[in-house]
Design a protein around this ligand. Structure first.
Ligand code: UT7
Length: 336
């Protein structure tokens, strides 16, 4: 466990999600791109992606998810907000203070973390550090991205993959033996491969898909194995693997190589797409809502993203679902 001398840890105790209502189908995308529904489905596992309307900001999505996470945490104070994003609303200031202000939390520590698709795990580690150092007793963590803003309109490599959304959790100080206590966090980076996925200032995203695919599988497998060992578990003990939803073929390959079968993997890219920093908390929110993730499940979270960056951690899933309005009960809006 990530615990201090008194056996205390950062414990997951609030969960929320926000998805734009508009679901863009592959068929709709084919009208704009030289591609096919079959190619996208078989190469990525995606049939629809959630796309925010123009005028919806990163702060809007983050605030919706955060409201739910705070509601499921109950009437307790948080002393910090850590927000992971690649698509902040401004180059400066960071998005977190604006979200804190909208939540009526002005005065708390609030800042952004940039680690692209691994951002949520880096933000969890940062929040756990704030708790361990007694800077905060409870921290709101948001993973949010409007990734649909980054691809060039005619780029058939990136546009089918990326989507918009937000997920949020609350971590608070608690016993390391409690369900929800975060295990050891494994984090890494390798900037020598930074050119594999880049969005230059003012320009569109460029991706070298096949190379990135191989790194994603390697890094998520090694980080997961390492986190499981550090937690004192064995891979056979893992009930649920919740990987960053980069591509269904990537997450399946990670599960296969680790020996974690499809019934023990959480996959939700099909109707959502790759939402970068939001993808793990969105997968947690959906899986707990639909009871694919149940209290007591030994759970591994793992992510990989541009940078390169990667990470993994473990936890026993607590008795936790998103409170209030849950977007996974909504019918998405499709254009015909
Ligand atoms: O979130 C973390 C970071 N992201 C990732 O880790 C994503 C990693 N990469 C991937 O998910 C996959 O590499 C892609 C989905 C991007 C591409 O799939 P792939 O199986 O690696 O395809 P490919 O790039 O090797 O392309 C195969 C063929 C090429 O044609 P030729 O050269 O064989 O004639 C491409 O030009 O498919 C072509 N192609 C397409 N065809 C139809 C590429 N994109 C498309 C498209 N529709 N959208």
């Amino acid at each position: 466990m990530t615990s201090d001398h008194a056996g205390q840890a950062a414990v997951l105790c609030g969960l929320g999600a926000a998805l734009p209502p508009r679901a863009e189908s592959n068929v709709e995308l084919c009208r704009a791109l030289d591609t096919s529904d079959e190619w996208i489905r078989t190469r990525t596992g995606i049939t629809h992606r959630r796309i925010a309307d123009a005028g919806v900001s990163t702060a809007d999505l983050a605030t919706s998810a955060a409201i739910q996470a705070l509601a499921s945490f109950g009437p307790h104070p948080v002393q910090a907000l850590v927000l992971a994003t690649t698509t902040p609303d401004h180059q400066m200031p960071a998005t977190a203070p604006a979200v804190a202000a909208r939540l009526g939390l002005e005065g708390i520590a609030a800042f952004d973390v940039a680690a692209v698709c691994t951002g949520f795990l880096y933000a969890l580690a940062t929040a756990a550090g704030l708790i361990a150092s007694h800077t905060a007793n409870a921290v709101l963590v948001v993973g949010v991205d409007r990734m649909s803003l980054l691809p060039a309109p005619d780029d058939r490599t990136t546009r089918p993959l990326f989507a918009d959304g937000a997920g949020a959790v609350v971590l608070r100080r608690g016993p390391a033996t409690e369900p929800g206590a975060l295990g050891p966090l494994v984090l890494g980076s390798d900037g020598t491969h930074g050119d594999l996925l880049v969005a230059p200032h003012g320009g569109h995203m460029r991706m070298q898909g096949p190379d990135l695919f191989r790194h994603a599988v390697d890094r998520m497998c090694s980080a997961s194995t390492h986190a499981v060992q550090k937690a004192g578990w064995r891979i056979e003990d893992v009930d649920r693997l919740v990987p960053h939803q980069a591509n269904a073929r990537i997450t399946s390959a990670v599960g296969r190589r680790l020996g974690i079968g499809p019934d023990r993997q959480v996959q939700n890219i099909e109707h959502i797409g790759n939402t970068s920093a939001a993808s793990i908390p969105l997968a947690l929110a959906q899986a707990s809502t639909q009871e694919a993730l149940q209290p007591g499940h030994r759970t591994v979270l793992t992510a990989f993203g541009a940078g390169l960056t990667w990470g993994a951690t473990t936890l026993i899933w607590p008795d936790l679902k998103p409170a209030d309005h849950n977007p996974f009960y909504d019918t998405p809006r499709e254009r015909t």
